[in-house]
Ligand binder design. Structure first.
Ligand code: FES
Length: 95
C-alpha cells in the first residue's frame, strides 16, 4: 500500500459526478464535496449518525466514525465522509 502525501492531503475522485478533488488535512471530504457544488446528505457531521455513508469504489479509507462495525471498516466498502479520511493517496467514491 502506498502512503498518503506527507502534507496529509489526498485525492478524491467522485465517479458519478466525474470530478476529482483534493482534500487538505484541515477539511473533511464532505466539506470539499459540498464546496464543489455536489449535494451530499449529512446530519451529525461527527461520525455517529450514518447519514453521510458513501460507497468506496477504490482506495482504502481510514475510518473515524462510530457507525460501521469493525468488519465493515476492514472491508472498506463504504465510509462516513464527514469524518473519515484515506490511507491511500486516492479514494474513488460513488458520488
Ligand atoms: S453526517 Fe453523521 S456520520 Fe456523517
Amino acid at each position: 500500500m502506498t502512503s498518503s502525501p506527507s502534507d496529509g492531503s489526498f485525492i478524491v475522485e467522485l465517479r458519478r459526478s466525474r470530478i476529482t478533488l483534493t482534500v487538505p488535512p484541515d477539511r473533511t471530504i464532505l466539506q470539499v464535496v459540498r464546496e464543489a457544488g455536489i449535494e451530499a446528505p449529512s446530519s451529525c457531521e461527527s461520525g455517529t449518525c450514518g447519514t453521510c455513508e458513501t460507497r468506496v469504489l477504490e482506495g482504502v479509507p481510514d475510518h473515524f466514525d462510530a457507525v460501521l462495525s469493525p468488519k465493515d471498516k476492514r472491508e472498506g466498502k463504504s465510509m462516513m465522509i464527514c469524518c473519515s479520511v484515506s490511507l491511500t493517496p486516492k479514494l474513488v467514491l460513488d458520488l
